[in-house]
Ligand binder design. Structure first.
Ligand code: GLN
Length: 539
């Protein structure tokens, strides 16, 4: 039977509930526990796959091909574990399955209601995610008091009394504002938020207090009293120099003691030594390199969360500060690549969807190719290397991806009509296909070519596994022509072109997969690590 730790948020959003949940999970995992993680999103979308990255940040992709909330990425990066589809669900999924069952006659004779049917579905999904784990950490999206969060609150309240549940622990993450004029820290918003939770029937057993200023002992005592938790269960969460420092700061405050006491977990002594060494290298690295990061969702950097985190992981392992020089691809169209990328040690073109900024990305690729600057192109950043090569080296005028020009005379990137997905099912991918859930998603194997940058990056591995999220594919019709002219396919998956490199270029790699999804603090992704090394060695 599983024990559950529920993490709710109060006062306002963006308090770092995801990182908090991941940090608690990390400490338990490093104590030798079998920990699962679950994020519940109260929005109606079935998954975030169709949301703009500017709306909701990055869409994270799991190994088994689910498009999930970016917090699942935090969980994987912290716990160094691949979580699956069952680690994230939304209101949309809950209602879809209840309605589907109703239509199939699964509730004949009954009136379907939020209580008990929707709440029951939520409980059963939480339990399913907990299956096989000693502890499941559940993060509830949104803030206490949100209308859409209520069925979830009711579900976790009910789980306190569930015979199939071995124990529950409720953590509430809140904000302690500091009022400058009065020179005072304020506990009132937290008190109100806890009152609201108690009105629903949940009494938090721990308060994690986000604050810009350290909380004096007397203040903690007051907070403990007013929120009805013990004093050692008020944990302070100050702004950290890196999110990876948070588990360590929690541990210093003995966060596991009250959790272990309540859930009967025994003596917990997490081994955080290696972790701590990495954190120190993030905070005070010896070396520095500048990466020109070309993208188009720059208004919300969360859109590139996994990628920026993976650069941090690589930096930690190479004792290097990676300075990101953010470059808007549309600005390259106006000012040219040299002006914007000239000071960078390397160029990274990230993935993306839609027409905007495409020509700027192509210019960035041309700049990196011609000037022999280390280049990593991810997904769209790989597809466009083919377009650039076709136009500027092969002289194929008008070459493009059919995503951007349906009538291009040279479709370097195209749609395969009958694509076989991860589980062996055929997927029809045409312009008429629905937008949701019709991408190539999740982990696929890739065979690497001997002597390639790719194979070297993966320490000589012949077969590697990386995750995908895209609709279009490199067109094999042009392979021979490209290879004759020096653009070599160095990674393949079942006949699909997965990676390309350029002969005579010191470090140029385009990858159709998203290497950033498998990067963790303790095990950075090999292709990104090799790219950062090349960037570091560039003059
Ligand atoms: N838009 C491209 C495709 O769908 C690339 C997607 C991406 O970069 N993730 O294939």
């Amino acid at each position: 039977m599983t024990k559950y730790i529920f993490v709710t948020g109060g006062v306002l959003s963006s308090l770092g509930k995801g990182v908090t949940a991941a940090s608690v999970g990390t400490l338990l995992k490093h104590s030798g526990k079998n920990v699962g993680m679950l994020k519940i999103d109260p929005y109606i979308n079935v998954d975030p796959g169709t949301m703009s990255p500017l709306e909701h940040g990055e869409v994270f992709v799991t190994k088994d091909g689910a498009e999930t909330d970016l917090d699942i990425g935090n969980y994987e990066r912290f716990l160094d574990t691949s979580f699956l589809k069952s680690s994230n669900f939304t209101t949309g999924q809950v209602y879809s399955s209840v309605i589907e069952r109703e239509r199939a006659g699964g509730y004949l004779g009954q009136t379907i209601q939020v209580v008990p049917h929707i709440v029951g579905e939520i409980v059963s999904r939480i339990k399913k995610a907990g299956d096989g784990h000693e502890i499941l950490v559940v993060e509830l999206g949104g803030t206490v008091g949100d209308i859409e969060g209520l069925p979830f609150m009711e579900a976790i309240r009910q789980m306190k009394h569930d015979d199939d549940v071995a124990g529950t622990f409720f953590i509430h993450v809140t904000l302690i504002p500091f009022i400058k004029a009065a020179g005072e820290l304020k506990s009132k918003p937290t008190q109100h938020s806890v009152q609201e939770l108690r009105r629903i029937g949940i009494t938090p057993q721990m308060i994690i207090a986000r604050s810009e200023n350290a909380l004096p002992k007397a203040f903690k005592k007051k907070l403990a009293m007013s929120c009805d938790v013990s004093q050692d269960s008020v944990i302070e969460a100050l702004d950290a120099s890196t999110i990876y420092d948070i588990p360590v700061t929690f541990l210093r405050q003995n966060i596991l003691k009250p959790i272990s006491k309540e859930l009967d977990l025994g003596d917990l002594n997490p081994d955080m030594e290696e972790w701590d060494t990495l954190v120190k290298k993030i905070v005070q690295p010896k070396n520095k390199t500048v990466v020109g990061f070309v993208g188009k969702y720059l208004e919300l950097k969360e859109a590139y969360k996994s990628l920026t985190e993976s650069l941090i992981h690589c930096g930690a392992h190479l004792d290097t500060r990676i300075e990101i020089n953010w470059v808007d691809s549309e600005e390259i169209e106006e000012r040219g690549a040299q002006a914007l990328l000239g000071d960078c040690d390397s160029v990274l073109v990230a993935g993306g969807f839609g027409n905007r900024g495409i020509e700027g990305k192509i210019k960035a690729i041309e700049y990196a190719r011609v000037n022999k600057v280390p280049y990593l192109g991810i997904c769209l950043g790989m597809q466009l290397t083919l377009v650039e090569y076709a136009r500027n080296v092969l002289g194929l005028e008008g070459a493009n991806s059919i995503e951007f020009d349906e009538n291009t005379p040279h479709p370097m990137v195209y749609l395969i009509d009958n694509f076989m997905d991860q589980s062996g099912n055929f997927q029809l991918r045409t312009h008429q296909s629905p937008m949701g859930g019709t991408l190539r998603l999740g982990e696929y194997e890739c065979n690497t070519k001997e002597g390639s940058i790719l194979r070297e990056a993966y320490n000589g591995e012949k077969t590697i596994y990386e995750r995908h999220r895209h609709r279009y594919e490199a067109n094999p019709t042009y392979r021979e022509q490209l290879e004759k002219a020096g653009m070599i396919v160095t990674g393949e998956s079942n006949g699909l072109i997965e990676t390309v490199e350029i002969e005579g270029h010191p470090w140029f790699l385009g990858v159709q997969f998203h290497p950033e999804f498998t990067s963790r603090l303790q095990t950075p992704n090999p292709s990104i690590l090799a790219f950062v090394k090349a960037s570091l060695n560039a003059d």
